[in-house]
Design a protein around this ligand. Structure first.
Ligand code: PLP
Length: 383
């Protein structure tokens, strides 16, 4: 009989699909659903970025581009990464990719052999486990709360083994909004150096930091050579559907990223790349404006959740609140169902992000102020 290649056995699908299907059913029955389950910016792609794509089309910039990206975009990325992230990258250390996901895919494919272990701070962004499974690697969860309580070096040492090959380091973090401090980054860097580990850094939310600073771990002394950093335009410029991201790495990892790209997508859509050049030229004051918008939403949602008895610290970055909903006396899947059925409030169960997320729900505050107000109101009236 037919069977799927064994390599894909351990690779799963997203749980969010099920939640989306239920939302569609409720809608079809005429219910108004307050959506907090999403993972994308509430704003539209800025006009000057759309204009740049239309200009590229009119100028017939529609043909094959180099697989690693058009030189103009790679140069703009190298400049951005040097000035804003303080990573000493040259143009040849940059590759343009289909969103952050392709950078992470290529990074794990380049680093992880079957049986290798990867340390992943948990709760964590779920696809990471599937990306590691795709390499027949092993995900080893390291509770972020434990690391913060007991120190990163001691905690990482407890979860590391002779098979440990890499650390996945996501800041700001999805789903918790945790932003690792410079001191924490330094501790992780020291551990990686001592054990000769590779760091796969995921900085998808780099521009959405409200408290503290974003530190790229590859900018720390000696770390550029052992770090693959994945970036994306998706969250920073409200470009989730454009599929443009990039990774920064040195050899041998860049060769791995080039090979996985060449034989999968063979590069990013040429007009999207011209739009990305315009995006990266956006004055950084743009981020002051959008951060102010996100912060208003964060503060409103976090205050409302705490009033409801769902303990929630203000997330320092990204656009997710991750309250403790254990007062409901339900596990997180049942709690998410409860909120959806009783109050038409859609969230993501914390356990989807690993066992350390149990007892929590993920609420995105990347939505309208009105949705946040009305969703909270519905929770007050119906729970
Ligand atoms: N990394 C994290 C932590 C994310 O939350 C996401 C998107 O949700 C990505 C990477 C991937 O983003 P992209 O849409 O650019 O593939």
């Amino acid at each position: 009989a037919f069977h799927l290649a064994r390599r894909l056995d351990g690779v799963g699908f997203s749980d969010i699909v099920k939640i989306r299907n239920r939302i569609m059913e409720l809608r079809a029955q005429g219910a108004r659903v307050f959506q907090f389950e999403g993972g994308e910016p509430f704003l539209n792609t800025p006009e000057h970025i759309k204009e740049a794509m239309m200009r590229a089309l009119r100028e017939n910039k529609t043909r094959y581009a180099p697989s690693s990206g058009i030189p103009e975009l790679r140069a703009a990325i190298a400049e951005k990464v040097r000035t804003r992230n303080r990573i000493p990258a040259r143009e040849e250390d940059v590759i343009v990719l289909n969103g952050g996901m392709q950078g992470l895919f290529g990074a794990f494919q380049s680093v992880v052999d079957p049986g290798d272990e990867v340390l992943v701070f948990s709760p964590y962004w779920t696809p990471i486990k599937d990306l590691i499974a795709h390499c027949q690697g092993v995900t080893v969860l390291v509770p972020t709360a434990e690391a913060r309580r007991e120190g990163f070096a001691a905690t990482l040492a407890r979860y590391a083994s002779p098979r440990t090959r890499a650390i996945y380091y996501n800041t700001p973090q999805n789903p918790t909004g945790v932003v690792f401090t410079r001191a924490e980054a330094e501790e992780v860097a020291r551990f990686a150096t001592e054990r000769d580990l590779i760091v796969i850094a995921d900085e998808a939310y780099e521009d959405l930091v409200y408290d503290g600073e974003h530190v790229s771990i590859a900018s720390l002394d000696g770390m550029f050579e052992r770090t693959i950093t994945s970036f994306t335009l998706s969250k920073s410029y409200a470009m989730t559907g454009w599929r443009v991201g990039y990774a920064v790495a040195t050899e041998p990892w860049m060769t791995g990223l080039r090979k996985t790209t060449l034989y999968s997508t063979n590069g990013v859509s040429t007009p999207s790349q011209w739009a990305a050049v315009a995006a990266l030229a956006t004055p950084v004051s743009f981020f002051d404006e959008i951060r102010a918008e996100y912060r208003r939403r964060r503060d409103l949602l976090v205050a409302g959740l705490n009033e409801l008895g769902f303990h929630c610290e203000a997330p320092a970055g990204a656009f997710y609140a991750f309250p403790d909903v254990s007062r409901l006396g339900l596990d997180s899947r049942a709690a998410a169902d409860h909120l959806l059925e009783r109050a038409q409030v859609a969230t993501v169960p914390g356990v989807v992000f690993g066992e350390h997320g149990e007892g929590h729900l993920r609420f995105s505050f990347s939505t309208s102020i009105e949705t946040i107000e009305q969703g909270l109101d519905s929770l007050r009236r119906n729970l």
